[in-house]
Design a protein around this ligand. Structure first.
Ligand SMILES: NC(=O)c1ccc[n+]([C@@H]2O[C@H](COP(=O)([O-])OP(=O)(O)OC[C@H]3O[C@@H](n4cnc5c(N)ncnc54)[C@H](OP(=O)(O)O)[C@@H]3O)[C@@H](O)[C@H]2O)c1
Length: 410
């Protein structure tokens, strides 16, 4: 099969856009040329000459010679406008924008169908780690039992630095931003929203389930305090922000993003810095483990490049699992073993929400307790959280085969 010639209209020339431009210069075998680049700021100095750029999106969208739009901008609303207009004009699209894909998943699916054009977004989930196409192509729905992983490079970088170099949360966040790993708006990363958008995309390709962002529960790393860090360090654990989904045998699916204590025998323990890692569990193959750089200019550009290459062979997602209509139901009826750090005076009221309490400790102003709680009770407590408490997952109890076993609390 011969490759198609691709004339690319590129939106965005930031960390990833510039990375893609450079990576494309080094891959001449791919017959793909950037014809025009649309950016926003007329006063910015650019790494290449000004005649490569336009500030009018229609210069790309209305150009009949451009057959591929690559959308690499940092504004999800503007990105949706651009991507939907491009699909309506019959142009294939590659995007790295997880927020845009997650917020408009159903509309984007419909547009691809109606205008018979592909939209690929491998870089939107786990950047360079090739997970979407693997979930889409390799795993058959009924074989895949769970996915569990670190899907956000910047929070993993921050947590790694906090543990390994004893940096404060603020110092580590600043480093991640300076290196181009963190989004312009850090709460998207640190609040677990970016991880949730990625989980939403992964759910569609892993289990054929289309969630809305508000359906999926997320806790980020922004409330993690010294007590939890000290607790982890004393027990030889690390804290990782983990996105996970389990398919029950009764047609249910549980999916959430929560910081988790991981033990040294967990493969995710060794996924540090800006790397992402994902464990897939299947009925017959046991587990697979994917790992790769989850952010950064060239690594992210490499996933975009892979999508561009796939388009040159007319690849598209078939969304087989979605169209199979298995009608999975999202459930909060899951029991989790957690550590809850809280203000001293809240201790007794919080205990009432737990099914069992294993360990409870308080000092003069704060304390923690460990025990089992349902996801629905945890959600209720978190909804009223004004920063006074934080949850760290120890293990998922309802899933008999959860990929990481609980560790013993001394
Ligand atoms: N950075 C990473 O490691 C990484 C990893 C995975 C996925 N992503 C995703 O990749 C995308 C790009 O991220 P980035 O880190 O490259 O962002 P960035 O460095 O902040 O660059 C954003 C670019 O978008 C342009 N832009 C913004 N609004 C625009 C508009 N309305 N029309 C045209 N251009 C517009 C900006 O133009 P100006 O240059 O004129 O300001 C800039 O060139 C985002 O969706 C992000 O979530 C990033």
């Amino acid at each position: 099969m011969s490759r198609k010639n691709l004339n690319i209209g590129l939106f965005g020339f930031g960390v990833v856009g510039l990375g893609l431009y450079e990576v494309l210069q080094k891959t001449p075998a791919l017959k793909a040329n950037i014809t025009n680049i649309c950016v926003k700021d007329k006063n910015k100095d650019r790494a290449i000459s000004a005649d490569n750029f336009t500030f009018d999106k229609d210069d790309i969208l209305n150009d009949p010679n451009i057959n591929v739009v690559v959308e690499l901008i940092d504004d999800a609303d503007a990105a949706f406008e651009i991507v939907s207009a491009a699909l309506k004009k019959g142009k294939a699209v590659v995007s790295a924008n997880k927020k845009m894909v997650a917020e408009h998943f159903t509309e984007l699916l419909q547009l691809q169908k109606e205008y018979n054009v592909p939209l690929l977004y491998e870089a939107a989930a786990c950047a360079s780690m090739p997970i979407i196409r693997n979930l889409e192509e390799y795993y058959d729905n009924d074989l895949l039992e769970s996915i569990e992983g670190i899907v956000n490079g910047s929070t993993n970088y921050i947590l790694t630095k906090t543990f390994a170099e004893n940096l404060s949360y603020e110092q580590a966040l600043k480093q991640a931003q300076d290196l181009g790993f963190a989004e312009s708006n850090p709460i998207l990363d640190t609040g677990g929203f970016d991880a949730k958008y990625k989980l939403l995309i992964l759910l569609a390709h892993a289990f054929g389930y289309i969630a809305k962002p508000e359906d999926l529960f997320n806790i980020g790393i922004n409330n993690i305090g010294d007590l939890e860090l000290k607790y982890a360090k004393e027990k030889g654990l690390k804290i990782k922000l983990v996105a996970q989904a389990y398919k029950g045998t009764d047609g249910t699916l549980s999916a959430f993003v929560i910081p988790k204590f991981v033990t040294p025998d967990d493969r995710l323990y060794h996924v540090d810095d800006v790397f992402n890692g994902m464990i897939t569990k299947t009925s017959f193959a046991d587990t697979h483990f994917f790992v790769g750089r989850g952010a950064g200019s060239y690594p992210t550009a490499s996933a975009v490049l892979s999508d561009i290459s796939a388009l040159s062979y007319d690849y598209r997602y078939e969304y087989k699992k979605i169209y199979r209509e298995e009608n999975l139901k999202l459930t909060d009826d899951v029991e989790l073993k957690v550590l809850l750090r809280h203000k001293k005076e809240d201790s007794e009221a919080l205990k009432l929400k737990f099914n069992t309490v294993e360990e409870a400790y308080t000092n003069h102003d704060s304390g923690y307790l460990t025990g089992n709680i349902t996801l629905s009770n945890l959600k209720e407590l978190e909804a009223g959280n004004t920063g006074g408490h934080s949850f760290i997952l120890i293990s998922v109890l309802s899933e008999k085969d959860a990929t990481t076993p609980a560790f013993a609390i001394a």
